[in-house]
Design a protein around this ligand. Structure first.
Ligand SMILES: C[S@@+](CC[C@H](N)C(=O)[O-])C[C@H]1O[C@@H](n2cnc3c(N)ncnc32)[C@H](O)[C@@H]1O
Length: 438
């Protein structure tokens, strides 16, 4: 990759002189020069039209991999440059032509301190979007919408003295308004976060589903649930119910393949409620050979103690609150919903539905196809959980990616998009267990 990371490859001849100057200053960590450029809106996020190089990519890439020749001064200058660029609106999740964000480059090169600066910038940006309620907009992928989405950055501002900002062209040679592509981060759950085709909740709930050996797939070929996640489900149950004591009150949101519900049922709960909204999943649940059909409901010691609530959790949970239902264990794992929905759930519903000594868990697929997005969303979720009065303990599980390596092969056969693609053969899944703060 060394050649692909050289300055001559990254700053193309097509690059406008103004952009070249910013990129070159960033590449050489020339802070004084950079500061002069950066008081013009949009400069910190300008991009080479061929390579997608931004000043942040350049400042990080020029460090190369750590070597004996590094001096502490070099690293300090790189950190200051990255910090300055972020301060002036450099965008943490801009993508270059290799589909790398600046943080991805830092990580690939082994520049941990620079990677951490990018993660921190991502957390700040996402927390700000949270305050502005902007999760959906950030993921639109629409240049017009994204103009205002990048916090301090304005990708197509005016340059000095009223000169027009450089017109950028995208890699296909199309003129753009300068708004760079960003790695989408906020889509929740098992959706490939960079997917062009976003699955929306309403659309998903109307889609046709197919249950086939080891997976549940919608009519567009998106994996809704797959058997390889059984281990994550098993470990989630172990974390939420460590002693597997019988007699607990359990609420599970999202039936899917019924993997976690089967495990919950084995602990012999006193109450086991399931919320499911998809008509075909509900049909599957009420099939004669289903473990969770009417005979299961009738087998409860008290009427209504074992129950599949049919409908969206957004409505059912409201009813459960009104009925004063309280649970010892709550698990949340839906599909096609964004992070804002998860946050809504733990902020508005967990305080009323979870026993003061209870445990709450959720499927943590946030940002699951890009390490930096996963790291940013771990932090963002942690801070929002804290805001909701919840303490979170993350248990790290290793997911063996080797067998899940290629879309359309092995476990992923028949699944159009992979939703879990963190790189490396072993990826870390961070399993959350949340309890009320002291
Ligand atoms: C990933 S699957 C759950 C898998 C489950 N944890 C298991 O072990 O098999 C997600 C489920 O959530 C359901 N779902 C999606 N949106 C929902 C909503 N708003 N309310 C209730 N269920 C929903 C889907 O139909 C799907 O059955």
């Amino acid at each position: 990759m060394a050649d692909q990371d050289s300055i001559s490859t990254r700053i193309s001849p097509d690059c406008l002189p103004e952009t070249q100057r910013v990129l070159t200053a960033a590449w050489s960590h020339d802070i004084e020069a950079i500061k002069k450029f950066l008081d013009v809106p949009g400069k910190a996020s300008c991009q080479d039209p061929q390579t997608g190089e931004t000043p942040l990519h350049a400042a990080i890439r020029s460090c190369g991999a750590p070597s004996e020749d590094d001096t502490p001064e070099d690293l300090e200058a790189a950190k200051k440059t990255v910090y300055e660029l972020l301060l002036w609106g450099g965008i943490w999740n801009d993508l270059d032509d290799h589909n790398e964000t600046p943080g991805c480059v830092a990580r690939r090169l082994g520049r941990t301190e620079l990677y951490i600066l990018c993660v921190e910038a991502g957390v700040r940006a996402e927390m700000l979007f949270g305050l502005l309620d902007g999760y959906e907009e950030l993921s639109s992928g629409d240049a017009e919408d994204d103009d205002n989405d990048e916090g301090m950055g304005d990708a197509n501002g005016q340059v000095e003295d009223g000169d027009e900002a450089p017109e950028l062209v995208d890699v296909d040679g199309q003129e753009t308004d300068g708004a760079p592509e960003v790695a989408e981060t906020p889509t929740f759950q098992r959706l490939a976060l960079e997917s062009q085709q976003d699955v929306k909740s309403e659309e998903y709930l109307r889609s046709k589903l197919t249950y086939s050996d080891g997976k549940l797939v919608d009519d567009a070929g998106n994996g809704v649930m797959m058997a390889w996640e059984s281990d994550i489900m098993r470990q989630s149950v172990d974390a939420l119910l460590p002693g597997k004591e019988p007699g607990k009150r359990i609420l599970n949101i999202g039936f899917g393949m019924g993997i976690i519900d089967t495990m919950f049922a084995e602990t012999k709960p006193a109450r086991h409620h399931i919320i499911e909204a998809h008509p075909e999943v509900l049909e599957h649940i009420s099939a004669p050979d289903s473990k969770f059909g009417s005979s299961w409901e009738a087998s409860a010691q008290e009427p209504g103690a074992f129950k599949v609530h049919k409908g969206k959790w957004q409505e059912i949970c409201q009813q459960l609150l009104e009925e004063d239902q309280v649970y010892d264990v709550i698990y949340f794992d839906t599909f096609g919903e964004d992070y804002a929905q998860l946050r809504l759930f733990f902020t508005d519903f967990i305080p009323g539905l979870l026993d003061s000594q209870g445990c709450f868990g959720f499927f943590n697929g946030l940002g699951g196809d890009r390490k930096i997005c996963y790291d940013v969303y771990t932090k963002v979720a942690e801070m929002h959980l804290l805001d909701a009065g919840l303490d979170v303990d993350w248990k790290v599980i290793e997911v063996n990616m080797e067998e899940l390596a290629e879309a359309g092969k092995g476990e992923w056969e028949g699944v159009k998009r992979r939703y879990w693609t963190l790189d490396g053969n072993l990826a870390e899944y961070r399993l959350p267990t949340c309890t009320f703060l002291g």
